[in-house]
Design a protein around this ligand. Sequence first.
Ligand code: ATP
Ligand code: ZN
Length: 588
Amino acid sequence: MAMLRGAVAAARRCGPGPGTGKAGAPRRYSAAERRQWVPPAGRDSGIVAYNSRSRSKEPLVLGTEGVATWYSCGPTVYDRAHLGHASSYVRFDIIRRIMTRFFGIEVIMVMGITDIDDKIIKRANEMNISPLALARIYEDDFKQDMAALKVLPPTVYMRVTDNIPHIISFIKTIIACGQAYATSQGNVYFDVKSLGKRYGVLTTICPDTQDEAVDADKRHGKDFALWKAAKPQELSWTSPWGKGRPGWHIECSTISSAVFGKQLDIHTGGIDLAFPHHENEIAQCEVYHQCEQWGNYFLHSGHLHVKGSQEKMSKSLKNYVSIKDFLKKFSSDQFRMFCLRSRYSSAVEFSDESMEDAKHLHQAISSFIRDANAYIKGQLVCDPVREDILWERLANTKVTVKAAFADDFDTSRAVAAIMDLIHHGNRQLKAVTKDAGSPRSSVVYGSIISYIEGFFNALGMSFGERQVALGGDNSAVLSNVMDELVKFRAKVRHYALALPEAAGTVPLEGATAAKGPEQEQKEKRQQLMQERKPLLEACDSLRGDLAAFGIHIKQEMPNVLRLQENQKGGPPVHHISGCFLHDCIQVL
Ligand SMILES: Nc1ncnc2c1ncn2[C@@H]1O[C@H](COP(=O)(O)OP(=O)(O)OP(=O)(O)O)[C@@H](O)[C@H]1O
Ligand SMILES: [Zn+2]
């Protein structure tokens, strides 16, 4: 009785069904036939985003000022996640962070977890465990991978199997609206033709053609399952149509609607989800909510391909690298750098070379921050700095970064602007051999590194000394150990290079100041050089070994060393470029 009441209520909410289309060859809507996207009411966020619904860039208008409701299609949890998944979730994580940190938008994100489907059932049978046990294992695994990649968790994760009653009720409403039908075999299908031209808003695919083989109990090839009758021994739930489980698309429609109702600002997923998944989600929700436009902005991430392949990285194609294996070789920051270098919507090619490029870029930034820090601390002596140029560059960079992010989250342009700033900062940070006592420009360098660190920090990365603070006790200890090691090397090298006439400035045990004739002096020098050669070789070899771990020691000029140590009484001039936490941890 309750079910009937629900159906009657739903029928009242439903308007008359649109007419069915005519039969013919498969085709897409023409521009004139296509349903137009309507800009939503609300507040302009200041961002322009490419919207798959309108196939163009649109001002991102949010229903509630400063708040974005966002549904993200989550993983199907039946195996380890790979770099294709990583690229999609990291790229959207970057967008989320840009919205929050650069535009002050609070993001409320819901992610659905598909924890029951054909692939899960098949794999569970192979492993002789229950589908839900398998799904829990890989759900945890996915969450660990996301944490390792520093992807912020959604506001809530929602599992399909925790939402079966909502899903059944959603399907009942669609049936009551006359846009879905149950079959004698216990399946329920969405009647795509009944939507007429209202179907196909994302992909412009016309439903009025019979272009594929029709399953026995479907009316039309494009009809899709809302509920699937259980096969014998299969995990199932009781429903008005018999025992079964939900279809794929209905999960996301239901979960999103359960949290946000019909107000959904942003919907995201990989480009492969646009059809049929998102197309079908839209059809279901627009019937359920009886609205003209469910999901105002659809953002799709481009695929990650293996180099030289047209195919996306995928479990079924067995051409994948798992996130765990990848993180044995590269850091999550290096992967984020790889992602930042292209726009989220473009396809991206993965290879060792592209990762090496990202790694070098990361090292260059680290290196600049280290150098600028050393300069501020007075450990790097430079010619006078043209501060006016640097202040201007910094101001321009801030403007360019904001404009790039506002233009469909153009991370590659923003990173290019940062690299340009670093280039100009580096040009003036050239070590000189003599300290002419010129005024130092610590404040401008402090401002630049503070902006750059803040920029990357906002995007989920960390550089330089701040990383040590974030990394906990071990990394702080390790950083100090590195400092001591580099200081020790500098002292040994300094001693090895000290010439007899300078022996008085660096006393050598057992050595006396050379005062004899010139020949005696020369011989003494040669002998000392010979004796100390192994020390210099050891210093060089340590420098080379550390470079292999991404820790670069800049070669100091001996007379600058002497000047600093002996005239000023300060610490030896040294700094490490490119020594960053992750690499240090890998050393351990
Ligand atoms: N190679 C890839 N590049 C970019 N995004 C991807 C790639 N593979 C999967 N995704 C995205 O990851 C998200 C989760 O995908 P899902 O769990 O459905 O995996 P899948 O597409 O079935 O993976 P596979 O094809 O490897 O089985 C989706 O948004 C999907 O578009
Ligand atoms: Zn989905």
